[in-house]
Ligand binder design. Structure first.
Ligand SMILES: [Zn+2]
Length: 86
């Protein structure tokens, strides 16, 4: 992952052509992550604003790391990363 110094808003992210976010469990021992379509979040919302709202479905950790997904969307999902953080 490239380092990302500042948490941007979803509007800024969309201006860069990014439509998805990667959501990482805060517990490094867990390592669970998932992708989410970012269309449902308003332009003024910062990625950091939504981080406390996630709870890991694997380990129960509250809070997540939300980063822009600069990779193009892939069809299908690899086994092992299908669990949702919601
Ligand atoms: Zn976890």
């Amino acid at each position: 992952m490239p380092p990302y110094p500042v948490k941007i808003t979803f509007g800024e992210m969309r201006e860069m052509g990014v439509r998805e976010v990667l959501i990482y469990c805060r517990d490094y021992r867990c390592g669970r992550h998932t992708e989410a379509n970012a269309d449902s979040w308003a332009d003024a919302v910062r990625l950091s604003d939504i981080e406390p709202k996630f709870v890991c479905t694997k380990c129960g950790q509250r809070g997540a790391d939300v980063r822009p997904n600069f990779e193009p969307a892939k069809m299908g999902t690899a086994p092992g990363i299908t669990a949702r953080i919601c």
